[in-house]
Design a protein around this ligand. Structure first.
Ligand code: 2AL
Length: 244
């Protein structure tokens, strides 16, 4: 069976589209085509509530394009899962965010996990998601490497080394059985860190690809019975005209 899965990087970094697309294709089934995209306008990286609000609109724009191109499922590849429920309203196929994909996957292989993310101010975004999704009691600790998201794309390797060092420290100190990587830009690090640490290190992009493939195989679309029904038809004005 062949299928098209759209991976949306909600920030406008083309370098990050490439690394996220590579990570997605590395685990995709032979019949899965991955199309990796980003919004036509928005923020270069998502590190605050302000950035998330702008990114969410870009996610909706891309869900609309993806549907028109025949994508059967969609992935929101930013660790704050910006616009997730709104995207589900707009979409027909399944929509999975990388934070929720990573949390679900981690609890299948460990009772408690640690999150390693980018800037300290993004920790509150992860905390809110843990509460909202009901994973609070599964998260043993959250850490920030204290570098911005785009440091992961600067080619120096410094951010990657900081992620590695934080993961090693978390293994020694946190008492958790798995580590969740808290940024789409960390996607390429999971497999080598899993090997080096000898414990599961989970990247939400690859976890989301396998979850969306499973939902498509199970013929499970987003429920249109209830609150995730298509948005109520109304005239949107200005730049939003026709979005719904
Ligand atoms: C993110 C992410 O995954 N992509 C982005 O731009 N910001 N979130 C994060 N906590 O680093």
């Amino acid at each position: 069976m062949s299928q098209l899965i759209q991976v949306i990087n909600p920030n406008t970094s083309h370098a990050m589209i490439r690394s996220i697309g590579e990570a997605a294709r590395a685990v995709a089934a032979p019949g899965t085509e991955i199309v990796a995209v980003c919004p036509s306008q928005g923020v270069p990286s998502i590190e605050s509530h302000f950035d998330e609000a702008i990114a969410a609109v870009g996610v909706l724009e891309q869900i609309k394009h993806g549907k028109a191109q025949g994508a059967q499922g969609h992935i929101i590849a930013c660790f704050g899962d910006p616009g997730l429920l709104a995207a589900r309203e707009l979409a027909t196929g399944p929509v999975v965010g990388i934070a929720e994909a990573a949390f679900h996957t981690a609890t299948l292989v460990a009772t408690r996990f640690t999150i390693v993310t980018t800037l300290p101010r993004t920790l509150i975004i992860a905390r809110h998601l843990l509460q909202q999704y009901g994973f609070e009691h599964h998260c043993a600790a959250l850490h920030a490497i204290d570098l911005p998201v785009l440091a992961l794309e600067d080619g120096s390797g410094l951010a990657q080394e900081k992620v590695r060092a934080r993961c090693l420290q978390a293994k020694r100190e946190d008492g958790s059985g798995a580590i969740v990587l808290g940024c789409g830009g960390m996607a390429g690090l999971a497999q080598s860190l899993t090997q080096e640490l000898g414990m599961p290190v989970i990247d939400g992009v690859s976890a989301a690809v396998k979850l969306v493939e499973s939902l498509i195989a199970l013929r499970l679309n987003t429920s249109k019975h209830g609150d995730l029904d298509y948005p109520i038809k109304k005239e949107l004005s200005g730049a939003f005209h026709g979005l719904n």
